[in-house]
Design a protein around this ligand. Structure first.
Ligand code: THU
Length: 162
C-alpha cells in the first residue's frame, strides 16, 4: 500500500484591490455578467468572464429552465461563448462570482463538478492552464493556477485515445 497526497495551492486575497489589475478587470466583468443571468428558480445569479490571449473578455451567466436539469452554469456559458466568438484563441483566466437574493454569499464561488470538467477539457484542448479567480458577493478572493487544481484525478480524453 502507498499513499498519495494531493495538495491544492490557493492564493487568498482580502479584496479585489489586491489582485493584479487584469484580474480585477476580469472580476468586474464577471460581476457585470450577472445582469444577464436568468435565474428565476434559484434566485442565485452567477457571473463568469474569461480573459483570452488576444486580450478579449467574454462573459457568461447562468441560464435556468423549469426543467431544472437543463440549467446551464455561468462558467460553461462563458467558455462556449468564447469558443464561438474567438475560435482557437487560448483562455488565460476565468473569474466567477455569485449573488443570491436569499442570503449574502461571503465565501468564494465554487464551480460545480460539471464546470470543473469543462474547464479542464479547455486546458487540455489549448495545452495551457487557465487561472481561476473566485469570489462570492463579497469577501475573500481565491486565485488558483489551473482548473486541474479544482479537479484532481479528473477524467480526460487521454483515456479514450489509443
Ligand atoms: N451555477 C452556476 O452557474 N455555476 C456553478 O458552478 C454552480 C451553479 C448555477 C446553476 C443554477 O442556475 C444556480 O447556480 C443554482 O444552482
Amino acid at each position: 500500500m502507498k499513499e498519495i497526497t494531493i495538495t491544492t495551492k490557493i492564493k487568498v486575497f482580502r479584496s479585489a484591490e489586491e489582485l493584479p489589475s487584469d484580474y480585477q478587470t476580469l472580476l468586474n466583468s464577471a460581476r457585470a455578467a450577472m445582469d444577464y443571468a436568468y435565474a428565476p428558480y434559484s434566485r442565485f445569479r452567477v457571473g463568469a468572464a474569461v480573459l483570452l490571449d488576444n486580450g478579449a473578455i467574454v462573459k457568461g451567466a447562468n441560464q435556468e429552465n423549469a426543467a431544472y436539469s437543463m440549467c446551464i452554469c455561468a462558467e460553461r456559458t462563458a467558455l462556449a461563448n468564447a469558443s464561438m466568438q474567438h475560435p482557437g484563441v487560448a483562455i488565460n483566466a476565468i473569474a466567477v462570482t455569485v449573488q443570491s437574493t436569499r442570503k449574502t454569499i461571503a465565501q468564494p464561488a465554487s464551480p460545480c463538478g460539471a464546470c470543473r470538467q469543462v474547464i479542464s477539457e479547455a486546458e487540455d484542448r489549448q495545452k495551457k492552464d487557465i487561472a481561476i479567480i473566485l469570489q462570492g458577493a463579497e469577501g475573500e478572493i481565491y486565485l488558483l493556477d489551473s482548473g486541474k487544481a479544482l479537479l484532481p484525478i479528473g477524467f480526460h480524453g487521454g483515456f479514450l485515445q489509443k
